[in-house]
Design a protein around this ligand. Structure first.
Ligand SMILES: CC(C)(COP(=O)(O)OP(=O)(O)OC[C@H]1O[C@@H](n2cnc3c(N)ncnc32)[C@H](O)[C@@H]1OP(=O)(O)O)[C@@H](O)C(=O)NCCC(=O)NCCS
Length: 301
C-alpha cells in the first residue's frame, strides 16, 4: 500500500532530495546538489512512500503566476515504474495547484516522458528551454478545470454515481461523488458540511459509508471492465480511525492491492474480493477500511 505524504522534517527533505537526485540526475552523472533549484522553498513537495516508509516516487509544484502552476521533478524509482505511481504523484500535485487557485498546469517534459504526461492529460504546446544544457524538452500544458481530473470510463463512473444516488439516497445527501478513476486508483470525495457531527468533524458513520461505497464502486467498475455481472455485497468491514476529518474527506482504493479474483463468476459461483480503502483529510491519512466483498452471480438468485 502506498501513501502520499509531504516532507516536513530536515531528515525527510534530505531523503526526498536524495531520491530525486538518484532518479533524475545520477544516471546522467550530475553531482548531488544539481537536483535542486531556486524554487524549492516556494514549492509544494509530495512523496509517495511504500509500507516500510521508503520513498518510491516524488514530485513538486510551484506557482509561476497566480493562474499558472509548474509541475517539476517527477520521479518514480526504476523498480516501481509503470505501476501508476507517476500518475498518482501528478494528480496529487494538480490537487495542490487547484487549491492554490491555479487555472492551468505546465511542465517541461523530457522527450522520453511526453507519453507519460499525455496520459495525465497534458498536451505539448511548444519547445522548452533545455535544462542543464543537455536534455531536449517540450512545454506541456493542462487546464486545471475541476472536471478534467483523470476519469477512465467516464460514462461508467457517471452511471455508478447515479446508481448510488438512486438506490442509496443517503449517498446523495452525504455529497458522495466519484472524483477520479485512473484504472489503478479510484477516489471518491464527500462533503464535510453534509456529514458534520457535534464536534465539527466528519461523523464516523459517514466515513464508514464513504469507505464502503468506494470499495463497492471499484468492484462494480472491475466487473464492468471484465464484462461480468454480479450482486456486490459487503461481507465484512473493519475500520480504524486515527484522526478526525476537518477539511476535505477523500477515500482512495488502489486497484493493484485488491486480492481475490472474479473468475468464479464465470462459473456461476460466488467471488470473494478483499480490499483496502484509505481515508484522507486533504492529504493527511486519517483512517483505513478493510473490506471483504462478495460478488454473487446474478442468475443464481
Ligand atoms: C516518467 C515517469 C515519471 C513515469 O512514471 P510511472 O509511474 O512509470 O508512470 P505511470 O505508471 O503512472 O504511467 C502512466 C501511463 O503513462 C504512459 N507512460 C509512462 N511511462 C511511459 C514510457 N516510458 N513510455 C511510454 N508511455 C509511458 C503510459 O500510458 C502509462 O500507462 P500504462 O502503463 O497503463 O501504459 C517515470 O518513468 C520516471 O521517473 N522516469 C525517470 C525520470 C523522468 O523522466 N521523469 C520525468 C521528468 S520530466
Amino acid at each position: 500500500m502506498f501513501k502520499i505524504t509531504t516532507p516536513a522534517t530536515d531528515e525527510q527533505f534530505q531523503a526526498y532530495f536524495q531520491f530525486r537526485w538518484e532518479v533524475l540526475r545520477k544516471p546522467w552523472n550530475y553531482p548531488p546538489g544539481s537536483e535542486k533549484d531556486e524554487y524549492e522553498t516556494v514549492s509544494e513537495h509530495r512523496m509517495l512512500l511504500d509500507e516500510e516508509g521508503n520513498i518510491v516516487a516524488c514530485g513538486r509544484v510551484h506557482l509561476n503566476t497566480s493562474e499558472e502552476a509548474q509541475v517539476r521533478h517527477i520521479a518514480v524509482s526504476a523498480e516501481h515504474q509503470r505501476q501508476g505511481l507517476g500518475q498518482m504523484i501528478v494528480s496529487a500535485l494538480e490537487d495542490v495547484a487547484r487549491s492554490l487557485g491555479a487555472e492551468r498546469a505546465i511542465t517541461n517534459s523530457r522527450e522520453t516522458s511526453i507519453a507519460f504526461f499525455q496520459s495525465c492529460g497534458f498536451e505539448v504546446e511548444a519547445e522548452a528551454p533545455n535544462e542543464l544544457n543537455s536534455l531536449k524538452r517540450s512545454q506541456m500544458v493542462k487546464p486545471l478545470t475541476d472536471n478534467n481530473v483523470l476519469m477512465r470510463h467516464p460514462k461508467w463512473c457517471q452511471e455508478l454515481q447515479s446508481i448510488w444516488h438512486d438506490t442509496i439516497p443517503i449517498s446523495d445527501h452525504m455529497g458522495i461523488k466519484i472524483y477520479r478513476y485512473t484504472g489503478r486508483t479510484f477516489e471518491t470525495r464527500a462533503s464535510l458540511n453534509k456529514n458534520i457531527n457535534i464536534h465539527g468533524t466528519m461523523f464516523a458513520g459517514s466515513i464508514f459509508s464513504l469507505a464502503t461505497l468506494t470499495g463497492w464502486g471499484i468492484i462494480h467498475l472491475m466487473l464492468k471492465e471484465q464484462g461480468l455481472l454480479g450482486d456486490i455485497v459487503l461481507g465484512d468491514g473493519d475500520i480504524h480511525y486515527h484522526k478526525p476529518i476537518t477539511r476535505q474527506p477523500r477515500a482512495i482504493c488502489i486497484v493493484d492491492a485488491i486480492t481475490g479474483s472474479v473468475d468464479n463468476l464465470r462459473r456461476n459461483k460466488k467471488a470473494v474480493l478483499k480490499l483496502q480503502v484509505d481515508i484522507l483529510d486533504n492529504d493527511t491519512p486519517v483512517a483505513e477500511f478493510k473490506g471483504v466483498f462478495w460478488v454473487l452471480p446474478v442468475n443464481a438468485k
